[in-house]
Design a binder for this molecule. Structure first.
Ligand code: HEC
Length: 214
């Protein structure tokens, strides 16, 4: 077996015997160039390689079509939204929350509901009012000063309708009635907390709100 001709199959030196090409390994085709005495085979890409390549192109087209354009496609965002909706259903359990003072004070004492409202506030309100309510473009919600609030139900009204020609947007279409009651209670409870950075007070000082009721 160990003749002078048994070179490694991929590198054939200058005087490569043609029987290596046309003989036992006739599938192999030697390309006609030679560099530093090194010649190389010019064989077609193997079939399995083509299969994988075409397969992955086909897969990516189907993937894009399914994932980005199909209404039935699963996505992390949709799954999250579905869980969120299920959680709201579970929390409210068919309850209709009332946006009056008693209703808002009652949910303000409900810890799971307030945790839910905190998440909503972080996602939708913190951009203008800061995560802790200290205020950025939106007013400081932690101090005793209020521009549009005279009594507790006004929180609900402002969140629902917006204020100052949309500087404070209306959230009527973004949230259900129940969710806006929760937000009203959550924002009411921000009063008296200490933010990392407090925007200077705006509006009138209000007398203390009643305590949340159990
Ligand atoms: C695009 C910025 C922006 C976003 C987002 C925003 N707000 Fe506001 N908000 C404001 C501004 C500005 C005011 C003050 C309006 C004015 O000058 O009368 C305000 C006022 C308020 C007030 C009345 C405070 C007062 O002193 O009169 C409440 C309550 C309030 N926002 C709650 C929320 C809640 C809850 C969210 C999220 C669902 C939210 N805001 C999201 C900008 C925003």
């Amino acid at each position: 077996m160990s003749t002078a001709h048994s070179h490694s199959p991929s590198v054939v030196h200058g005087s490569a015997p043609q029987d290596l090409v046309h003989g036992a390994r006739s599938r192999d085709h030697l390309s006609d160039h030679e560099y530093d005495g090194i010649r190389e085979y010019d064989n077609p890409t193997p079939g399995w390689w083509h299969l994988i390549f075409i397969g992955s192109v086909f897969f990516s087209i189907m993937y894009i079509a399914y994932y980005h354009f199909s209404p039935i496609a699963w996505s992390i965002e949709k799954a999250w939204q579905a869980e969120q909706n299920a959680e709201v259903k579970r929390l409210f359990a068919g309850k209709v929350l009332t946006p009056d003072e008693a209703g808002i004070l009652a949910v303000a004492a409900d810890e799971p509901l307030m945790q839910y409202a905190a998440g909503t506030f972080q996602t939708n309100c913190a951009a203008c009012h800061a995560k802790d309510g200290g205020g950025i473009n939106g007013v400081n919600l932690t101090d005793d000063h209020y521009k549009n609030i005279k009594k507790i139900p006004d929180f609900y009204t402002v969140i629902t309708n917006g204020a100052n020609n949309g500087a404070m947007p209306s959230w009527r279409t973004n949230f259900s009635d129940n969710e806006r009651v929760l937000l009203a209670a959550y924002v009411m409870k921000l009063r008296g907390t200490t933010p990392a950075s407090a925007k200077p007070p705006e509006g009138e000082v209000l007398p203390p709100f009643p305590k949340p009721t159990k």
